[in-house]
Design a binder for this molecule. Structure first.
Ligand SMILES: *Cc1c(COP(=O)(O)O)cnc(C)c1O
Length: 407
C-alpha cells in the first residue's frame, strides 16, 4: 500500500492570495466598469534592463552555432557568473566569499524551500511572524512541526515582529537551532542594522545555530549604513547561509536566476556533536537534484554586473523606490504610521484593528488592491502591505483615490 506524506494534511490552505483573488473577482463582476489597480502583488512590472537583453540575444546566437553551442553546464553555475557575483556582491563590500561558495539556481523560493533537507528532523526552528510563507510550509511538509491551531504550528518558535521592536524580532528566549531571517523584509519592508545582525550572528555562534538569511530585496537598500549581506558581519561565514535572487534586483521573476551562498566554514553537527561542513552537502544535493540554469539566462544575469547593467538595474530599482516614496508621502499626509518603502519596495501600513476590513474598504471605495497583513501571520493583523511594483501612472492614480477615500 502506497502511503501518503500525511504532513501535507497539516498545511493551512494558502488562503491569502486565493482569498484576495476571490474578493477582487466578485467585486469586478458586480462593477465591470470600474478600473481596479493592483498594489497587492509582489511581482515586478518593468521590462528587463537593456544590458541583460543584449547578453541574452548574444547567448542565444551562440547556441545556434556548432562551435559555440553548449550542452549541460556545471550544475553549480558557470564560473563567469559565480566570479561576477563573488567579486561584485561580496568582495567589493569587504565580505570574504569565494566564487566556489556561490551556487547558481533558478530561484530563491526553491533554495529557501530545499535547504531544510540538510538538517535533522528534530531541530528547533525560529521563524519570524509575519513572514514569507515558504519557510514555514516547507518545514511543515518535511514533518518538523505539529498541527496548526489559531494560525500557528505547534513546535515552531515564532519571532514576533511588532511596532515595539521596529519589526526586527528579538533573540529567542529558548535555544533554537535554525533561524530564518529576511531583510529588507517581505512583508514589513523593515531593514536590520549592522548591530542587529551582529547580535543574531553572536547568538548563532553561542548556540551552534544556523541563520538562513534571505536577502532577496538587497538591491533596494539605499542607506549607506545598512549592511547588504550578512557576511559583512564578523563571524557570519561560520554560521550563515545567504539567499539572493535576480528576481527583484533586475526584473528576473519570469526569467529565473538566483543564487545561494554556502561558505566552506559553515557547519552543522551530528548527534554526537561532531562538526560537518554544509558546503559539500549542498553541493551534493544541488548536483544530484538540479541541472543548472540555462546558459543564456546566466549570461543575462552576468550582464547585471557590467557597467551598463549596474546603471540600468540601479535605475530600475530607483523607479520602484520612487513609487514607494509616493505611497509613503500620501499615507503620511493621511495620518497613517508605516514602515518600509525606504530601502524596500513594500510599505507596511498600520490600519488599526482588522486587515481584511481595511482591504475591503480600499477595494470597494477606491478600487485599489492591497495585501491584508493578517495573511502573513498573527502579528500582521491590523496592517496592510502595499507594493511599489507597478507603473508610475497606476501608483499616482491609486494615491489620488486613497486621498479622496481616506481623508
Ligand atoms: C521574491 C522573493 C524571493 C525571490 O524568489 P525567486 O524564487 O528567486 O523569484 C525570495 N524571498 C522573498 C522573501 C521574496 O519575496
Amino acid at each position: 500500500m502506497i502511503r501518503v506524506n500525511e504532513h501535507y494534511a497539516k498545511l493551512q490552505s494558502s488562503y491569502l492570495f486565493s482569498e484576495i483573488a476571490k474578493r477582487v473577482k466578485t467585486y469586478q463582476a458586480e462593477h465591470p466598469a470600474k478600473k481596479v489597480i493592483r498594489l497587492g502583488i509582489g511581482d515586478v512590472t518593468e521590462p528587463l534592463p537593456a544590458a541583460c537583453i543584449a547578453a541574452l540575444h548574444t547567448a542565444v546566437d551562440e547556441m545556434a552555432a556548432r562551435a559555440s553551442f553548449r550542452g549541460y553546464g556545471p550544475e553549480q553555475g558557470y564560473d563567469f557568473l559565480r566570479q561576477a557575483i563573488a567579486q561584485n556582491d561580496y568582495q567589493a563590500r569587504g565580505a570574504q566569499i569565494d566564487a566556489d561558495e556561490v551556487f547558481v539556481s533558478d530561484g530563491s523560493k526553491c533554495d529557501t524551500a530545499n535547504i531544510q533537507e540538510l538538517f535533522a528532523d528534530k531541530v528547533t526552528i525560529a521563524i519570524p511572524d509575519p513572514v514569507y510563507p515558504v519557510y514555514v510550509d516547507t518545514n511543515v511538509m518535511a514533518g518538523r512541526t505539529g498541527k496548526a491551531g489559531k494560525g500557528r504550528y505547534k513546535g515552531l518558535v515564532y519571532l514576533d515582529s511588532t511596532i515595539e521592536n521596529g519589526f526586527v524580532p528579538a533573540l529567542p528566549e529558548q535555544p533554537v537551532d535554525l533561524i530564518y531571517l529576511c531583510f529588507p523584509n517581505n512583508p514589513t519592508g523593515a531593514t536590520a542594522t549592522r548591530e542587529q545582525l551582529a547580535a543574531w550572528v553572536r547568538y548563532a555562534q553561542a548556540n551552534k545555530a544556523l541563520i538562513l538569511f534571505d536577502a532577496a530585496y538587497e538591491a533596494f537598500i539605499r542607506d549607506p549604513a545598512l549592511p547588504h549581506s550578512i557576511y559583512e558581519i564578523e563571524g557570519a561565514r561560520d554560521v550563515a547561509i545567504e539567499f539572493r535572487s535576480f528576481s527583484k534586483t533586475a526584473g528576473f521573476t519570469g526569467t529565473r536566476c538566483a543564487f545561494t551562498v554556502v561558505p566552506k566554514s559553515v557547519m552543522a553537527y551530528t548527534k554526537k556533536g561532531e562538526a560537518v561542513a554544509l558546503h559539500p552537502l549542498w553541493n551534493r544535493r544541488h548536483t544530484t537534484k538540479f541541472n543548472g540554469v540555462s546558459y543564456p539566462i546566466q549570461r543575462a544575469a552576468e550582464a547585471v554586473y557590467s557597467p551598463e547593467g549596474k546603471a540600468q538595474t540601479c535605475a530600475l530599482v530607483d523607479f520602484y523606490l520612487g513609487n514607494a516614496a509616493l505611497i509613503r508621502s500620501t499615507l503620511a499626509d493621511l495620518g497613517f504610521a508605516m514602515t518600509g518603502g525606504e530601502n524596500s519596495p513594500y510599505i507596511w501600513v498600520n490600519v488599526g484593528k482588522d486587515s481584511w476590513k481595511f482591504f475591503d474598504k480600499l477595494l470597494k471605495r477606491a478600487q485599489v488592491v492591497t495585501t491584508p497583513g493578517a495573511g502573513f501571520g498573527r502579528c500582521g493583523q491590523g496592517f496592510i502591505r502595499i507594493s511599489a511594483f507597478n507603473s508610475r501612472e497606476n501608483v499616482e492614480e491609486a494615491m489620488q483615490r486613497l486621498r479622496k477615500v481616506l481623508k
